[in-house]
Design a protein around this ligand. Structure first.
Ligand SMILES: [Zn+2]
Length: 413
């Protein structure tokens, strides 16, 4: 090889655009040092990407690591939201720090191997959970920083006005390592006051807010206007996200457009959680069961920042899951009956760039950027969503963080 600049790593023959030309990515000191065609250079390590699609990794905007993998401690009879909250609250009272850590680690390791490099983890802090889950997830954040950036949302799952001590506990968590605050107005006897209490904490600590919102199929039962109003009144545009809002799936296109325009104006981002929303909604129907998944693509078309996320894994809210975002993107596309190439690209953005925007900053594969790179066995995002592309390998800040090995077919001899 002709001698040239010395890099730590060169990833050769990858695409950074759908069906684009093959390029090489050179890495030095944890950052992307060069991107070019047929790069002539020396590197300590050279990897052949064999035509894979390279990107910055998936971004999970909404995951509950603290209450994952607890199916063996819960009973699911109804499959409703109320039952899920009730059963999980019961299990939560006996969570220990090491137990939370072990269950969360199992899911984080799955997420890493599925190419996730960033996530927002909701952690319940209240008289039942104490700070045990919070302490465990803080350790997870530190121990897995080599592969994934985790931000922690101190979250009130079971109300505030009915349990005022939770407010002080959230306040303490926000002073002690949490990155943002989360509320759940629909489990509070006074949803409007709940929203104001969460905003007061966000203002005090100068942090973003994320609400679980409007988890029903009733368009008339909504706390969304209160969240939009508070966002504008407190000038918190771009720092507010909402999750679920499943009653959007019960509205006409005209109503959705009107709400989308108000969300876009307030710069409120929306996370759709298809696996949970499909599992818990429509339980009173014995046929033609409604899907209950908010039409994120319609909102995105009106300028709303939207993402598709995991939410729960193996608990009464979602008794399945593997923390794979390419699988979740495919599930959403399927449920939303999307087919066009541009729709697939949009759905891919909802687990990558748009999701990153929701978390406050978008990363790109460009010279000078951090060398966090994931390879998909696919020519690009559109095909990746259609086929649930295999995640091959990945690096975080230039260090290899996972490798899924090479699949092989063994033909008979
Ligand atoms: Zn959630």
């Amino acid at each position: 090889m002709t001698s040239g600049p010395l890099f730590d790593l060169v990833i050769r023959n990858v695409r950074i655009e759908e069906n684009g030309l093959l390029v090489d990515i050179a890495v030095r000191d944890g950052r992307i040092a060069d991107i070019g065609f047929g790069m002539r250079c020396e590197a300590i390590e050279s990897v052949d990407g064999e035509g894979a699609f390279a990107f910055c990794g998936f971004v999970d905007t909404h995951i509950h690591l603290d209450k994952t993998c607890i199916l063996d401690r819960c009973t699911i009879c109804e499959g409703t939201l109320a039952e899920a909250v009730r059963e999980t609250a019961k299990a939560k009272a006996s969570f220990e720090e090491d137990d939370v850590y072990a269950r969360a680690a199992r899911v984080v390791e799955k997420a890493i191997s599925h190419g996730t490099t960033r996530m927002r983890a909701f952690v319940e802090i209240d008289p039942r959970a104490g700070f045990r889950s919070f302490e465990a997830i803080k350790r997870i954040r530190e121990d897995y920083a080599f592969a994934v950036d985790i931000e922690i949302c101190a979250f009130a799952q079971e109300g505030l006005t009915n349990e005022p001590e939770t407010l002080d506990m959230l306040d303490a968590a926000l002073s002690n390592g949490a990155d943002l605050v989360g509320g759940c107005p629909y489990t509070d006897p006074d949803p409007i006051r709940h929203i104001e209490m969460i905003f007061a904490l966000a203002l005090k600590h100068d942090m973003p807010v994320d609400f679980h919102l409007d988890f029903s199929l009733d368009p008339d039962r909504t706390d969304l206007p209160a969240v939009i109003d508070a966002t504008l009144r407190h000038r918190w545009r771009g720092r507010v996200a909402i999750g679920h809002v499943t009653n959007l799936s019960a509205m006409s296109q005209a109503e959705i457009v009107s709400i989308a325009d108000r969300l876009a104006e307030a710069d409120i981002a929306l996370s759709v959680l298809p696996s949970t929303d499909l599992f818990l909604n429509g339980r009173s129907h014995d046929r033609l069961v409604p899907r209950g998944v908010a039409p994120a693509h319609l909102l995105a078309g009106r300028g709303v920042v939207t993402s598709i996320a995991t939410n729960n894994v193996l608990n009464p809210f979602t008794p399945y899951g593997d923390a794979s975002l390419i699988r979740m993107a495919n599930l959403y596309a399927n449920v939303a009956q999307l087919s066009r190439d541009e729709d697939m690209a949009l759905v891919f953005s909802m687990v990558t760039d748009a999701a990153a925007r929701q978390l406050g900053s978008v990363r790109r594969l460009e010279i000078g950027a951090e060398a966090t790179i994931v390879l998909l066995d696919s020519p690009g995002p559109r095909v990746a969503v259609r086929e649930i592309a295999r995640v091959v390998t990945g690096w975080k800040n230039g260090h290899r963080s996972f490798d899924n090995g090479e699949p092989r077919i063994h033909r008979p001899k």
